[in-house]
Each structure stands twice: as structure tokens, then as C-alpha cells.
Design a binder for this molecule. Structure first.
Ligand code: COI
Length: 358
């Protein structure tokens, strides 16, 4: 039973669904519907609605185009073998969305309204959820500032939208280990900045280094802290974990790192399996040393889009650290199997992480 009046307008010209789910790629195809809601100062969030997927019209002066006031999230919906449509820990993404909103001076979205809008649009397009191995319906909620005004201040009007994209693996490598470039010149974020908010500015800051890394044959950039350029922070589209001498180690959340939902999930799972998990500063020198002495046992990234992505090879300046034999590690594989097993309803959800869309 909904607490909100979410108006549903179904498309009268449904698109053709992708035939070959092995060729979906990531974030390229969009479904028939989207969720939309507006904010006006003095009124609040209003007119929640599911409508046919459509282009939007904004003033060229809309503040989002000039000062980047926007927040986004990334989530996924899955089709379980028994036909249920499942979301994974949506409460954590909604909580993080409002943490980002507060930092970006965007009005918070009532959590229950966010969840109901999300469920309504996923329900409208549940036939679009792909079922092939490694696929899901990627969900992109986002807010943009819409005041037509060129002064620098928070906008008085916003648009919140949720769009859906049937997707496969984020990296073309799939579960094969990726090669990561440790960046020593550019930085992504600094403490006190917007690094822990999920907003476009952090991703545009990453592009120059990403292109540099791609040109050298690397998939992603691993960022060092913006002050000393010594401590590991995160990868372009994921958080990072190391297994060093039997212990699971990940950079602690310090204000400039994105607090990933899959990061948190991995920490909770590893602890439940009896691993010692350390959230602390990790220097690049420590990694170099661990790689040299053979105690760097596994490296993997975590993210909604990337899920668990094994790293086989790290490069820092002129040094290359090969992680074991370059194949996926046992713990990374167990994490991947467990996280996706719970997400797809194949494993019992003892943590109560999945939410059914009815
Ligand atoms: C996600 O993992 O959902 C993200 O938002 C990362 C994005 C850059 C693909």
C-alpha cells in the first residue's frame, strides 16, 4: 500500500527489448519508463510520477549546466529464478543519496518517497530486467538543479529522475582481473571537498587520468590522497580491497572516499566469515612491499556497477605489481558468488539485504 500518490502513465509505444543479452554492455540502453518528481522552494518535492522515458527540456541557464549542482546514485534490480524482482540494500543508497544532497545543498528526498518511486518505476519496467549470467537492470537515480540563473547559490528548483538500463558487466573484462594504474599526478578529491558525495564533479575530475591510464593499456585509475599522494583512496568506479597476509584491508572512510554500499557489504561478509578486516590508511609503499614479499594475496574492487572486480596488476610510476598469478583470488570469487547469489535470490538472505518489488 503506497503512502504517496504516484501517478503512472504507461507508454503507448513500447520499445523493442534487446534480443541478445550477452551484448548489453553497460548503460547504453534505456527502458520504456522513468520516474520524475519536482522540487520547488516553499512547496517541497511534488508530483511524483512514472512516465514514458522522454527527453527533457531545460533552460540553457539551468544551474546544473554551470555549477554542477547534481547528485546521482547507482543501484540494481534482479530477477530471481522464482520470478521475484529484487533490489539490493536500497535503504543504504537512499541514505547515501541524502548525505550527498546535504553536502551539495540539494533538498533531501523523503526516504519512503524515494523508495516508493524506485519500486514504482522498476515495477513498470520489470519485463526489462535481463536474466542472462552477469546481467541486471542498472538503476540511475539523480537530481539536477534547474533554476535558470547564472549567480552562484543553491538552486530553488530541482528535478529528481530515475532511469533504468538493462546492463551487463561494467568492465569488458567481466570477472577476469583488470589492470589498474596508480595515479601520482592528478588527484580526485581532498578531505573537506566533495569526494564522499556521489556527484558528477568527482567523475569529471577523474577523466584526464583515466584517459592517460587507458592510453597505457590500463582499465582504471587508483587514486592516492590529495595531500601527501601517498595513501590509497579509491578506483574510478569502485572502492578497493587488499588481502595482505591473510587480513582484509581497505582504506578507511576519511571524507574524500565514496562510502560504497558494496564496500560495506564486503566488510560485513568478510567479518561474518571470520576474517580480520582493517579499515585504515594504506600507503602505496606498503603495497609495494607486500607485492615484493609475496604477502599481497588478492586485490579487488567493489561497486554497484562493478560488483566484485578482481585486480591482477597494479602500476605505480615505473613499478608493476603482479598480484599472484593474475587470476581471480579465492576470496574475491567467494565474495562475487555470495553477493550475486544473495542479489539474485539464489542464496538465503540471512542479512535481510534484499527488498522485493511487488
Ligand atoms: C556505480 O557503481 O553504480 C556507480 O555509480 C559507478 C559509476 C561510475 C558507474
Amino acid at each position: 500500500m503506497s503512502n504517496y500518490e504516484i501517478k503512472i502513465t504507461r507508454t503507448d509505444s513500447p520499445k523493442e527489448k534487446p534480443q541478445d543479452q550477452s551484448k548489453l554492455g553497460f548503460g547504453k540502453i534505456f527502458t520504456d519508463h522513468m520516474f520524475e518528481m519536482d522540487y520547488t522552494k516553499g512547496i517541497g518535492w511534488h508530483d511524483p510520477r512514472v512516465v514514458p522515458f522522454h527527453e527533457i527540456s531545460l533552460s540553457p541557464a539551468a544551474m546544473v549546466f554551470h555549477y554542477g549542482q547534481e547528485m546521482f546514485e547507482g543501484m540494481k534490480a534482479y530477477k530471481a529464478a522464482d520470478g521475484r524482482t529484487l533490489l539490493f540494500r536500497p535503504d543504504k543508497n537512499i541514505e547515501r543519496a541524502n548525505n550527498s544532497n546535504r553536502r551539495l545543498m540539494i533538498p533531501e528526498i523523503p526516504e519512503d518517497l524515494f523508495l516508493e518511486g524506485l519500486k514504482a518505476v522498476v515495477k513498470a519496467d520489470e519485463d526489462w530486467i535481463p536474466t542472462a549470467e552477469g546481467t541486471s537492470l542498472y538503476i540511475r537515480p539523480f537530481v539536477i538543479a534547474t533554476d535558470p540563473f547564472l549567480g552562484v547559490r543553491p538552486s530553488d528548483t530541482y528535478k529528481f529522475m530515475i532511469i533504468l538500463s538493462p546492463s551487463g558487466a561494467y568492465y569488458p573484462e567481466g570477472l577476469n582481473p583488470v589492470k589498474i594504474w596508480i595515479e601520482d599526478t592528478y588527484v580526485r578529491a581532498v578531505r573537506g571537498g566533495i569526494g564522499e558525495a556521489k556527484t558528477g564533479g568527482n567523475y569529471v575530475a577523474s577523466l584526464a587520468a583515466q584517459i592517460k591510464a587507458h592510453d597505457e593499456g590500463y582499465s582504471q585509475v587508483l587514486w592516492l590522497d590529495g595531500v601527501e599522494r601517498k595513501y590509497i583512496e579509491e578506483v574510478g568506479a569502485m572502492n578497493i580491497f587488499f588481502k595482505i597476509n591473510g587480513k582484509v584491508v581497505t582504506p578507511m572512510l576519511n571524507g574524500s572516499i565514496l562510502p560504497g554500499v558494496t564496500r560495506r557489504t564486503c566488510i560485513e561478509l568478510c567479518k561474518s566469515w571470520g576474517y580480520e578486516v582493517e579499515e585504515r590508511k594504506v600507503s602505496v609503499q606498503e603495497l609495494e612491499e607486500a607485492a615484493r614479499t609475496g604477502t599481497l594475496e588478492e586485490v579487488w574492487g567493489t561497486g554497484t556497477a562493478a560488483v566484485i572486480s578482481p585486480v591482477g596488476h597494479l602500476r605505480y610510476e615505473d613499478d608493476v605489481f603482479q598480484i599472484k598469478d593474475g587470476s581471480i583470488g579465492q576470496l574475491s570469487q567467494k565474495l562475487y558468488d555470495t553477493v550475486t547469489g544473495i542479489q539474485l535470490g539464489k542464496l538465503s538472505d540471512t542479512f535481510n539485504w534484499t527488498v522485493e518489488v511487488k
